[in-house]
Design a protein around this ligand. Structure first.
Ligand SMILES: [Fe+2]
Ligand SMILES: [Fe+2]
Length: 161
């Protein structure tokens, strides 16, 4: 992995509650932590590919914390209802407790669910993470569906042989 991103991940792991992000799944068998790393890596790549001038540190930190909601959203619980609409706000509250955030990092976290939530991102970094998040969600979900299909086909083959 990119040494630059690795260092930022290590800093976040030291200060925050990343263990909770590692415990909980986001899409399929991908943990929230791994999903956040995928989004950070994709965001940095996207900015580079498109030649968009960004603050790399804020882009990476915002991406790593965009889903810092710290609960298992698959669990049926009153406090998890409307997860899609509410978790960006929860992530921002949690991240503020554990880190000192810049305005850009706050905007990345609070606006990443646009257009499901109506307020759009206000800076380039937040737009990039908003797009990278959707791309990663589709990729992770499709990858998981492929893995399930592949494993069940393999199992069937073994059974029939
Ligand atoms: Fe999210
Ligand atoms: Fe996400």
């Amino acid at each position: 992995m990119d040494k630059y991103l690795e260092k930022i991940i290590n800093d976040i792991e030291k200060t925050g509650r990343s263990s909770l992000q590692k415990e909980h799944f986001q899409h399929g068998r991908i943990s929230v932590f791994d999903h956040s790393i995928n989004v950070a890596r994709t965001s940095l790549k996207l900015a580079g590919l498109l030649g968009i001038a960004v603050n790399k540190r804020e882009l990476a930190r915002g991406a790593l914390l965009h889903d810092y909601f710290l609960y298992d959203w698959h669990e049926k619980d009153k406090s998890h209802c409307l997860h899609g609409f509410r978790h960006a706000g929860t992530a921002l509250r949690n991240a503020r407790q554990d880190f000192s955030l810049s305005k850009t990092e706050e905007n990345i976290i609070s606006r990443h669910m646009f257009p499901l939530t109506p307020l759009p991102p206000l800076c380039r970094e937040a737009w990039i993470v908003c797009i990278a998040d959707k791309y990663c969600a589709v990729k992770e979900t499709a990858g998981n569906m492929y893995a399930v299909k592949f494993m069940s086909r393999k199992r069937r083959k073994v059974k029939n042989s």
